[in-house]
Ligand binder design. Structure first.
Ligand code: HEM
Ligand code: SF4
Length: 571
């Protein structure tokens, strides 16, 4: 192999289709960890080796090993879970995890705090309800997302079918997962192309994320993803085909302007029957063209920036044997969830609950959310839908069950809050589990929201929808650069403040203030709220307002992200 390849490429190549020495590592009782190479490979199996960062100082003092445990991410295509599957996840979270279930911004479920000796029983329990964690992380296609909108029911059904078909088509074929975690027989691999016909031995240069959107909702944040399909509906609500988007991504590194978030380009339009061929072609072009030397430059967004959209599209069309039509018009209105009840076409209702930062746990009287959802799942044998905003929809509720479910939700703080800011908030996990976190996120955002809500109330803006997102580092797991107010961890209790993304998720924000702590965040945002209340036009969203008023410049895309700033920027 060329010396130019990154270390992860060597690990993948030598791993024998993701086996590495994971099976041996699991048997080593002397440590709660696994070796470094296996820690890279275990991501492809949907797990991250982590340690409790809150406990680090004490354990270092006592000369103890870090408090290692694993995060397991379960794939849930389209966010659709049978309530029986939810009950199984609830059980393993309590038996083997830290007693919480984390709904993610990509419609999957994370279990935290699973120690090494409990990994196999946990994955076996997950497998027993036909769920899996394979390729929930790693350099492969991850969980495929899909709008859970019950308003456009027929389009939603088509979108969910498509999300599941794409997910199945791009799931790694290696038997390593079954072998290592589920006691599968060792199956001797055949020719390379037989084992992994799409990925080959070294899989993709970097993670790959696909979503399916149903306008007018852009809840899945289609422009944040490597590949997207936007449903184009006819006047009867039937899907005519799909606009194809490519080259979106969030991650960047502080101080490295050659890394940047980017919104996806719209490549064209295709028929439903061509979607799998297009998806596979996009994946294989990225497999072959993506940068395998520098992992910070390995996402599809950089391939498209470097090669140009036209060359990329031509190669995708050639490999797929499909000529894309020009993109069709569509309109997105928001990225948020519609809370409360909505009516299905069959007389059943769907109740969208608010889950603060996606963390489901029993937090005390009036907020026993894990138990409450367990009770709802026990009494409602149907499905739950995880939304792309870390919330949960109880779907397909017959009229006679509505009152009981709503009552359980209401008495456990699961109904949407009044604050328009909180209703549109997301935070990534960050501390104490995420090894990359530079600052708090999930544990801090609720306090910041209290403070900002007080300011909004003072200006009569409490009920206005404003999208706010926070992450503990610039990797962007909660898609902060697409929030009207984005806060990105810079160091302990310090954040970079980004403003000016659009409410419909189509435009990135810009850096407005650097290295701000709690007091400074409020100090910088408060005058903007005041001006917004006084000067906004009818229906004007906050992200558009700060640009029109000159507080930040408008971002066009990608490379332009770091260039700032508007004339009225505070000193
Ligand atoms: C580019 C570098 C990135 C790295 C290295 C990275 C790494 C991680 C890690 C280690 C976690 C686990 C945290 C924990 O649960 O304790 C995590 C969580 C997560 N990441 Fe990322 N991430 C990256 C970017 C992204 C992006 C751009 C997205 C989405 C667009 C994303 C989506 C998620 C989701 C959904 C979670 C689950 C927790 C949540 O909902 O925030 N990640 N990531
Ligand atoms: S954004 Fe950073 S801190 Fe937050 S979960 Fe992702 S990697 Fe961790």
């Amino acid at each position: 192999m060329s010396e130019d390849l990154s270390r992860n490429e060597r690990i993948k190549e030598a791993s024998n289709y993701l086996r590495g020495t994971l099976a041996e590592g699991l048997r080593r009782e002397i440590t709660g960890a696994i070796n470094e190479d296996d820690a890279q490979l275990v991501k492809f199996h949907g797990m991250y080796l982590q340690d409790d960062r809150d406990l680090r100082p004490e354990r270092t003092r006592k000369k103890m090993e870090k408090a290692f445990a694993f995060m397991i991410r379960v794939r849930v295509p389209g966010g659709n879970l049978a309530t029986a599957q939810w009950l199984a996840l609830d059980r393993v979270a309590r038996d083997y995890g830290n007693g919480t279930v984390r709904l993610t911004t990509r419609q999957s479920v994370q279990l935290h705090g699973v120690i090494k000796s409990n990994l196999r029983p946990t994955l076996q329990a997950i497998d027993a309800v036909l769920l899996s964690s394979i390729s929930a992380c790693g350099d492969v296609n991850r969980n495929v997302m899909c709008n859970p909108n019950p308003h456009e029911s027929r389009a939603h059904a088509a979108a969910l079918d498509l999300a599941r078909a794409i997910s199945d088509h791009l799931t790694p074929r290696t038997p390593a997962y079954r072998e290592i975690w589920l006691d599968g027989e060792r199956i001797i691999g055949g020719e390379d192309e037989v084992v992994e016909p799409i990925y080959g031995k070294t899989y993709l240069p970097r993670k790959f994320k696909i979503v399916v959107a149903v306008p007018p909702s852009n809840d899945v944040d289609v422009f944040a993803h490597d590949l997207g399909f936007i449903a184009i509906l006819d006047s009867n609500g039937h899907v005519r085909g799909w606009n194809v988007t490519a080259g979106g991504g969030m991650g960047m590194t502080h101080g490295e302007p050659e890394t940047y978030p980017r919104t996806a380009d719209i490549m064209g339009f295709c028929a439903t029957g061509d979607v799998l061929a297009i998806a596979e072609a996009v994946v294989t072009v990225q497999r072959d063209w993506g940068d395998r030397g520098n992992r910070k430059h390995a996402r599809l967004k950089y391939t498209i920036e470097d090669r140009g959209l036209d060359a990329f599209r031509a190669e995708v069309e050639r490999r797929a044997g499909v000529k894309l039509d020009p993109a069709k018009p569509f309109v997105f209105t928001s990225t948020g969830d519609r809370y409360g009840w909505t009516e299905g076409e069959d007389g059943r209702g769907h109740l969208t609950l608010f889950i603060g930062n996606g963390r489901v746990r029993d937090a005390g009287p009036g907020a026993q959310q894990l138990s409450a959802l367990r009770r709802i799942a026990e009494l409602h044998d149907s499905d739950f839908r995880i939304t792309a905003n870390q919330n949960l929809m109880v779907a397909s509720v017959p009229p006679q069950r509505r009152a009981a479910i709503e009552q359980i939700a209401a008495s456990n703080a699961l109904l949407a809050p009044r604050s328009g800011l909180r209703r549109n908030s997301m935070a990534c996990v960050a501390l104490p589990t995420c090894g990359l976190a530079l600052a708090e996120s999930e544990r801090y955002l609720p306090d910041l929201l209290d403070a900002l809500d007080a300011r909004l109330a003072a200006y009569g803006l409490s009920a206005d929808d404003i999208v706010i997102r926070m992450t503990g580092c610039p990797n962007g797991c909660a898609r902060p650069y697409l929030a009207e107010i984005g806060l990105v961890g810079k160091g302990s209790s310090r954040y970079n403040l980004y403003l000016g993304a659009s409410f419909d998720g189509s435009r990135l924000s810009k850096l407005y203030a650097e290295d701000v702590d709690h007091a400074a965040i409020i100090e910088r945002i408060d005058p903007l709220f005041a001006t917004y209340a006084a000067e906004r036009k009818v229906g004007e969203h906050f992200g558009d307002f700060v640009i029109r008023s000159g507080f930040v410049a408008r971002t066009t895309n990608g490379r332009d992200f770091h260039a700032n700033v508007g004339a009225r920027r505070a000193a």
